[in-house]
Structures are given as structure tokens and as C-alpha cells.
Design a protein. Sequence first.
Length: 345
Amino acid sequence: MNGGRRLVQAPLRGLSLLQVRHLSTVSFGAATGDTARVYRDLERDFGVLAPPVALHAPVPELLTACWAVLRETMLVGGRAPRAAKEAVAAAVSAGNRCPFCTTVHGTMLDSLSARPVRRRRADRDGPSTEEVTAWATRGGEPPFPPELLPELAGTALCLQYLNRVVNVFLGPYPLPPNAPERALGPVLRVLVGLMRGSARTAVAPGASLSLLPPAPLPPDLDWAAADPRISAALARAAAAVERTGADLVPAAVRAVVAAELDRWDGTDPGLGRAWLGAPLRELPPDERPAGELALLTALASYRVDERVVTAVRQAGAGDREVLATCAWAALRAARRRVRHLLHAD
């Protein structure tokens, strides 16, 4: 069974990486060190070399951080059923206008609902997918016991982050450039088949934690503290993203974005540009392109286009700087959105 799955996975690797835009990619065969390990683990535990994770390869520390969060929240079989996690993922993705993630997780949820993956008896009385979808969309009192919160809020955090980077670096559907849209159905059947196959296999808890050094859990992520494995993954990943931000994103850009997020109520700023004017004027002219990229990634990632990324490149940024700017802004915004979710009226 695993041998047959590998025969399908191998030719998909190149097609997965072809989907990445604005960044150079690292092929499966050229990957070394932690990048090679994440690629192998991604295929084993998720089923495919997923572009939303693999696009982080230009900065290996961001790759390991992204993988640790996805793996430990969504893929490890804990107390929450996988269908509930996929319901959270699909609902969050729809709210963030991320068609790529909405399509993948919505299709996976439909597949699980039609043919449930066998799970432990303790999971059989979990929340309905409808209840979880409503909570992930509107927030408020969770419709599930407190012990499920680290997994389900952790899944929400993961997708709040991934939606933003996916909107920047991938197209609207899991297809290579110029592929006809009619290919989407067959591609999804293959992808979801591989994902379901991996979901049937036990995923060792905590195996990704060794990729990153220990770190304290930030106060805004205290909702994860009840699960030491998930809290460790989130703490280590958050510290890694902050380190790369400090190294590769101008301090003034980070300060402006942090200030905007402190004032943000979670609503979409809309299609106008007036809201960008005041924060960008606080930046030196040569840092305004990075500021625009970071602000849009955080607050309206679906609006990042070729012009925005080209302006950052023309200001001197390379792949590492572009990726770090988006990753730092995306995770800061994701953390803020989960706080909104948990404290909604």
C-alpha cells in the first residue's frame, strides 16, 4: 500500500512546486538537512508535498515552523476528530477568501463526511461539523469541551496563517500554471485520496518538535497551554517566525504592522487604499514597498498582486526577505484573529 502511494507521490512533487509563484523553489531531490526531512515527513504524514508548506523552503526555519504547526495541530490524532479539524480549516479559509485552501479542505471534509476515517472510540461523540463550522466562522463560546480547544483553535491559527501566505504565493486552485480548470476534479481526487490514506495512518505525536529549539509560550497563545505538545509546537514556531522577522524584515515595518494589528477588529478593510496611507507615511520611502506587502498580507492578503511583490523586489528584497515579510505579518495577524475568535461577543 505504501509502495503504491509513493509511486503516485513522486510525479506530483514537481507539479506541486510548479504552483509556487514569486519565489524560487527547492526540488525534492535537491533538498538537504531540515528541508529534506520536512519534505519526507510531509509526504508521509500529509500524503503529498503540499505547496502551502513547501513554498517556505527558501527560509528553512520558516519551513520547519510551518510544518510543526500544521502537523501537531491538524495531523496528529488527538482528541478532536479529523473531520472537525477539516471543518475549521474550510470555514477559516472561506472567511479569508482563500480559494486554494477552501477547495482542498472543503473537498477533504466532504470526503471524510461521506466515508469517515476510522478513529478511536473516544472521538465518536465529538462536536458536529456544522457546530464547528459555525464556531470557526463567528467565534464565541466553543461548542465542544475545553480539552479540544488546543487542537481546534490550533487548527484555526494554522489556517489563518496558511491562507495568507497561500493567497500571496499560490494560485486560486491546486493546479500548475496554465492547467485547464477542468483538470481540477481529477487532481482533487488524487490529492484527497493521498491525504485520506495518510489520515488512516497513526502520526507520531511531537515528532516535529526537534526541528526547532524550545521557546516560551507567548501570552496570547495561552489557550494552547492545556496540551503540552501543541503549546510547544506553537511556541517554537512563533519564536522562529519572530527571529526571521527580526533578521529580514525592517524594524520600522514590523512596528507599523504591529500597531495596525493592535487596532484591528478583524474586519476586511475593503478594496480602497485609504487605510494604507497613514501607516505607510510613517515609513522611509525605501521601506514602503515592504510595508505595503506586510500590511496587505496581514489584513487583506487576497489583494497582494504582481505589482506589490515587484515593488519590494525593486527595493532590494530577495526571496528570503519577501517570504519572511509575508510569514511574519501572516502569523501576527493569525494570532490576532484567533484571539478575536475566542473572545467574540
